[in-house]
Design a protein around this ligand. Sequence first.
Ligand code: IPM
Ligand code: MN
Length: 377
Amino acid sequence: MKDAGYEIAVFPGDGTGPEVLREGRKVLDGLAEGGAAPWHLTEYPGGGQYYLKTGREWEPEAEAASRTADAILLGAVGWPGASLPNGDLAGRALVLGLREGLDLFANVRPCRLYPGVRHRISGEYREVWSPKFVDMVIIRENTEDLYTPARGRLRRGGETEVAVDTRIITRKGSERVIRYAFELARHRSRGAPGDGVKRVTCIDKSNVMEGCRFFRETYDRVSKEYPEIERDYAYVDAFTQWLVRNPERYNVAVTTNMMGDIVTDLASVLQGGMGFASGGNIGTDHGMFEPVHGSAPKYAGKNQVNPFATFFAVEQMLRWLGGRHQDARLLAQADRLERTLARVLARGGSGTYDQGGTATTSEAGDRVVAALREEPA
Ligand code: IPM
Ligand code: MN
């Protein structure tokens, strides 16, 4: 426990990022109402829009804060037309750069459909995807695979031009993320919603790719340390249909970076859409938490997007900080926030446009703050 309080570096970033983080801060203030907040937030500008204005992705103070903060809260990064001279996403320093630089090896994406929220499959509500069927966590390796900056272009401009991305899968990178998944399954109170079984599914393409064979071998080896957890395998292509057809089968799943990027967005449809999807980027010494919907330029400045993904990111952050520092205050606040979010959602969802409502981003935030007042700590 840290008596002096936790320092949280806030990077609102681009587009709708600042709008949802404003609500996230409001909810953190709401949690602390009537007492002293055990956290302190400092906001730093940065991202693609900042790059267009200044020629820099962020300032040295922000970069330094990312290394010294107890946790990082990230809005969204990416803006049309904002790219670095080498073609990379301007603002990558804040997301991909921090994943690499702080060694945030596990991308933790909870996918749970709360009562009151409508899944987004064909926009039609069907009982078969009711909340009792969707409650999983997908763990995506977050530092290697096709995301390693071992890429380039040869013979630029000519008929024979070639682009190369290198897929790197290491023993260390695979082992630690697979172990993270098994530890999570072990400590999570719930198994798969369909049968209650604690299960870790390894998602790969080991029928074709060597890196995936290596990843699966590592999974087999690590899984032996967890005999109480069921082993399960899925080729990524087949997984995409099973995920939608039988989400109740999944408890914890683990996969490589690029496949994880794709399947977690697909999974978000089961939890109500990207408006509810939060992600934790977790390493040994650092943690960064974000709504994963991105900057959504089309909606920027309209006070329209769903801030619940940010609220769940705040919950994930408090839980991680509380666990790491054995701080019961933060764990209690994470539980309180989750209960409150569940209660607000059960009363009629987020109310925002993506769920067929008319509530603005800030109204959705106000509802959560009001509900916190009725939810004892
Ligand atoms: C995510 C995002 C990022 C990724 C982008 C913004 C680079 O899509 O967090 O899933 O590809 O990892
Ligand atoms: Mn993504």
